[in-house]
Design a protein around this ligand. Structure first.
Ligand code: FAD
Length: 459
């Protein structure tokens, strides 16, 4: 059967881009329809940010048992029960997804559970379990996210090969685990499983893991990985996965041109994500892609080449971060509702939940130098911080990059405990062009790890 609906704004995809845009649209007075084929909350809530962080926390608690004696405590007979670890993760996900459902309902947003497809520039067809719904609206936002993208390696369809989505529901720990790709997701998962006692191997094609970071940060995280027993192979290209006896697999790769073999129980393919455009009908409507033909091309208002169609989040291939997707959603909706808004990417924080955490905002040292800025780099270690010592983890540092001509902070890099939270104050600094003097003149609570921020340019 068929149903026809008229509304002001149709959104395809209910991840952190789509659902935030839907709520913003409703708050600004639009009648909004949101089409989601899977679970509300998208990759972020269901298979991304939140579930990984739930596992990170289980890993941290487990680590603290191992170190109990150092804290004057004793812990006996502790072990990992993956089934319960995953139950806990699922409970957190359900709670958050329920919260999103409530918010959408409260804002009178019609949520269609089905697959959306563009028919023409004003119409989206939603295919649900029992009917086809035609949604007509003045404006449309595409927020369909991304999917894992794996190189065509022979044997990649082996039973032991999993994606980041499947690994989050793995009820039995592998003994030996190969992670192909040492990017953000690969390294977060490497630390989680290493904490749980799994022997982890990271195989990275490039010369280094987490290659967008400054070298001193990379060195620090590599040292931490080594201490945790994570073995990293850089400059390594996986050539084949071969199934062997006893449910094991052999990963054949070349390191610096020489052949290497690893026998493992599980292999995680973590070689990046590509915009998800399948069956979306963008060709039919004539929506243009970026130069590399991956994501949907948008301007700074998040508008595609078709005036009334916007695209936000991972599908634009600009920055694969949940908070960027949400912010782009707000910018798109502001423009749709007749306000003027533009995306500014100069102060986007990004966090990596390894152990210790890493967080950055603004320019790296490399970027500032290549822009020809006259920079001064300040760095202060956690080792001299009282709070870090009481917590029992004083690894890492905070590094702040200032433009000497203006005294303004143009970038900040943190590796150490609480890095992901500490980056917020430095994000405010970069976003608002604060000077290092304004930071050092601010009073920070004692004893906190945030005090390291204040000390970078005062001591
Ligand atoms: P998504 O969250 O992917 O949502 C898109 C939604 O659209 C999906 O629910 C999908 O079902 C739906 N959809 C697609 N096509 C259609 C269609 N035709 N019709 C109807 N529905 C459709 N980012 C961070 O900022 N911090 C982190 O810590 C972090 N950790 C991550 C860990 C992992 C393992 C992964 C995989 C990602 C992580 N990310 C993290 C990235 C983050 O998840 C994404 O950047 C974010 O989810 C993008 O949001 P989005 O709204 O663009 O797309």
């Amino acid at each position: 059967s068929e149903e026809k609906i008229e509304c002001d704004l149709t959104i395809i995809g209910g991840g952190p881009g789509g659902y935030v845009a839907a709520i913003k649209g409703a708050k600004l007075g639009a009648k909004v329809v949101l089409i989601e084929e899977g679970a509300l909350g998208g990759t972020c809530l269901n298979y991304g940010c939140i579930p990984t962080k739930a596992l990170v926390r289980s890993a941290e608690v487990f680590d603290s048992f191992k170190e109990a004696a150092e804290y004057g405590l004793s812990a006996k007979d502790f072990r990992v029960d993956m089934e319960k670890v995953i139950d806990r993760k699922n409970a957190i996900v359900s709670k958050l997804v329920g919260g999103v459902e409530d918010l959408l309902e409260k804002n009178n947003i019609r949520v269609i559970s089905g697959r959306g497809k563009l028919i023409n520039k004003d119409t989206v067809q939603a295919e649900t379990e029992d009917k086809i719904i035609e949604v007509n609206s003045k404006d449309i936002i595409i927020a369909t996210g991304s999917e894992p993208s794996c190189p065509p390696i022979p044997g990649a369809n082996s039973k032991s090969v999993v994606t980041s989505k499947e690994i989050l529901d793995l009820k039995e720990l592998p003994e030996k685990f190969a992670i192909v790709g040492g990017g953000v997701i690969g390294m977060e998962i490497a630390f989680i499983f290493a904490s749980f006692g799994v022997e982890v191997f990271v195989i990275e094609f490039l010369d280094d893991v987490l290659q967008t970071l400054d070298e001193d940060v990379i060195e620090e995280i590599k040292t931490a990985a080594e201490q945790k027993g994570i073995k990293i192979y850089t400059g390594s290209e996986v050539e084949e996965v071969i199934d062997t006896l006893n449910e094991k697999s052999m990963v054949r790769f070349t390191k610096d041109g020489r052949p290497e073999y690893l026998s493992v129980d599980k292999i995680l393919m973590c070689t990046g994500r590509r915009p998800y455009l399948e069956g979306l009908g963008i060709e039919a409507v004539g929506i243009e892609l970026n130069e590399n033909k991956r994501g949907i091309k948008v301007n700074e208002k998040m508008q595609t080449n078709i005036d009334n169609i916007y695209a936000i989040g991972d599908v634009t291939d600009i920055m694969q971060l949940a908070h960027v997707a949400s912010h782009q959603g707000i910018v798109a909706v502001e423009n749709i509702m007749g306000h003027n808004a533009e995306m500014d990417y100069s102060a986007v924080p990004s966090a990596i939940f390894t152990h210790p955490e890493i967080a950055t905002v603004g320019l790296t040292e490399k970027e500032a130098q290549s822009k020809g800025l006259n920079i001064e780099v300040g760095k202060f270690p956690y080792a001299a911080n009282g709070k870090a010592l009481t917590v029992g983890d004083d690894r890492g540092f905070i590094k702040i990059i200032k433009d000497q001509d203006t005294e303004k902070i143009v970038g900040a890099h943190i590796i150490g405990i609480n890095a992901a939270d500490l980056i917020s104050s430095l994000t405010i600094a970069v976003k608002n062009g604060l000077t290092t003097k304004q930071i050092t003149e601010t009073i920070f609570a004692h004893p906190t790890t945030a005090e390291v921020t204040m000390k970078v340019f005062s001591l």
